[in-house]
Design a protein around this ligand. Structure first.
Ligand code: SAM
Length: 211
């Protein structure tokens, strides 16, 4: 850290240099067809205004794609990084940007019609707490997009960088999909690719409470 630079929360330095990490490059991420798949699914399902919680916003790319698709979305974006949020607030002051942790969401049960996490669950120590939190605060749908397509063997990797560490996990599909099915009435999964970048998207319809 250079002289005079303010101390920042643990997650910030990594995200501030994220363009230097190959899997974070904008090229191949912002134009990935997984965005289009998700906006089309949402457009088909929600004809009227719906609320959506977006976990881990970074460049606000999801917010931009939802706006471009013309969806009537009441959007809330959360992120752990104050710097990321300050940037989003400045660029898109009309959206709602809040500090938050996908592992411990500060919202009541069934607050949002849709809860979405794109390219986030790979970066938490493990997915189960995040998935359960997403289902808790969702009223209706949970959408998860992974850039590390689940495969055996599961690989939990805490990658060190000069600016901090970052989790870069690839999960085994069996237990992850069993968890999603146990919390849902239906789970659809789609693989979409751009060049060699494959994304897996899970669309889950939440089971009624108590199922
Ligand atoms: C790889 S970026 C994904 C950004 C965006 N969703 C996209 O698809 O390009 C991950 C983002 O999640 C944020 N993040 C990391 N851990 C988080 C957590 N536990 N809760 C909320 N946000 C988190 C990071 O600060 C970063 O902005």
């Amino acid at each position: 850290m250079s002289a005079g630079q303010a101390a920042v929360e643990w997650s910030e330095p990594v995200w501030n240099v994220s363009q230097g990490l190959d899997h974070m490059r904008s090229e191949g991420r912002d134009e990935h067809p997984s965005h289009d798949l998700v906006t089309r699914w949402l457009a088909h399902r929600y004809r009227e205004t719906f609320s959506l919680l977006d976990g881990g916003v970074m460049s606000a790319v999801t917010y931009e794609k939802l706006q471009l698709a013309g969806l009537a979305v009441d959007y809330t974006g959360i992120d752990r990084s104050a710097t990321v949020l300050a940037d989003c607030c400045q660029r898109f002051p009309r959206a709602r940007w809040e500090h938050g942790n996908i592992l411990d969401l500060a919202y009541g049960a069934a607050t949002f019609d849709v809860v979405y996490a794109r390219h986030l669950l790979e970066h938490v120590p493990y997915y189960e707490t995040a998935v359960r939190e997403m289902f808790r605060v969702a009223r209706d749908s949970i959408v998860i997009c992974l850039f590390q397509v689940p495969a055996e063997p599961e690989r939990l990797l805490r990658r060190e960088t000069p600016n901090g560490y970052i989790w870069l996990n690839r999960y085994a599909p069996g237990p992850l999909e069993a968890l999603l099915r146990s919390l849902s009435v239906s789970v659809e999964s789609h693989d979409v690719s751009l060049a060699r970048r494959i994304n897996r998207v899970y669309f889950c319809e939440k089971a009624p409470a108590g199922r």
